[in-house]
Write a protein that binds this ligand. Structure first.
Ligand SMILES: C[S@@+](CC[C@H](N)C(=O)[O-])C[C@H]1O[C@@H](n2cnc3c(N)ncnc32)[C@H](O)[C@@H]1O
Length: 270
């Protein structure tokens, strides 16, 4: 997207307040409402948002338990988990949006550390950023850690059932979420991210990837991932594009790998 305005971008004169922000999803009030923090409203045609089983069973220690959030919300720790690559991977993702980001941006799932803070810093005054997460504790954490949470809208949503209208966002960013999801869930996340992006817009995935045989981290990561992150090895075996719905097979796809192949960025322009 570089730093150019996105064609057809919707803009607002003012940043959106956290609790009342009405993003582009309200185009059809029957199918897409914001569910703000602490807001008991539920949509008629969406099931209630619940923490999925894989998060409860496999990742409770990382994302669901309040003590986990207190433990992991440390910049140095998330950087260590990515072997010192956090800033680089964050900026690689954000550079896809541009130095000055315009239009409607969607971040699918919270990220420990300063990912969202850096994204906000790049927002043009007219840009709008929505962040969704399925865990309320993560949304609360995001709200509390941001210097200016009023700049964004925060939504309690599942990545497999996004409550935004089709083609409602200029860019969608998915940072290290896919490796945490079972395959069927991952396929739905990919489909939903593509559904809500406008024609000509981008979906940016950054995640794990199969490292080269010469990368020593390959041998360190196998026991770590197979023990702690059992779905992650899917991304070593298959391409993210394997989970693209059929109708996106013709989309422009740009894949780059980093750190000896341990990480990848896949950008799909629809
Ligand atoms: C983006 S991923 C991992 C990011 C990275 N490992 C980090 O440093 O935080 C973690 C987030 O994904 C969220 N998440 C997992 N499954 C989700 C889903 N189905 N829908 C929305 N958010 C989800 C978790 O609640 C958690 O906040």
């Amino acid at each position: 997207m570089s730093s150019q305005p996105v064609q057809g971008a919707a803009t607002l004169a003012q940043p959106l307040p956290l609790e009342n922000a009405a993003g582009p999803e309200i185009e059809n009030p029957n199918t897409a409402q914001e569910v703000a923090l602490d807001d008991p409203r539920q949509e008629f045609d969406h099931p209630p948002v619940q923490v999925p089983l894989y998060l409860q069973e496999t990742y409770w220690w990382a994302y669901v338990h309040p003590a986990a959030v207190r433990f992991f919300e440390r910049q140095w720790l998330v950087n260590l988990i990515l072997w010192g690559n956090f800033n680089r991977l964050r900026d690689l993702a954000l550079d896809e949006l541009g130095a000055s980001v315009r239009g409607d941006i969607l971040q699918v799932a919270c990220v420990y550390g300063n990912f969202t803070e850096h994204l906000i810093r790049r927002l043009d005054p007219t840009a709008r950023l929505a962040v969704v997460d399925v865990a309320q504790v993560q949304l609360e954490n995001l709200k509390n850690k941001l210097p200016d949470p009023s700049r964004i809208s925060i939504h309690h949503q599942d990545s497999t059932d996004l409550r935004f209208a089709d083609a409602s966002h200029d860019c969608v960013v998915v940072f290290f979420l896919l490796h945490e999801q079972p395959e069927a869930v991952r396929a739905q996340t990919v489909a939903q991210a593509l559904r809500v992006v406008k024609p000509g817009g981008k979906v940016v995935f950054v995640d794990y990837h199969r490292p080269s045989a010469f990368n020593p981290f390959r041998y360190v990561m196998i026991p770590i991932l197979t023990t702690l992150e059992p779905f992650a090895m899917d991304l070593w075996r298959r391409e993210i594009t394997d989970w693209l719905p059929e109708r996106y097979r013709g989309a422009k796809i740009d894949k780059q790998t980093y750190f000896g192949g341990l990480y990848q960025k896949v950008v799909i322009t629809v």
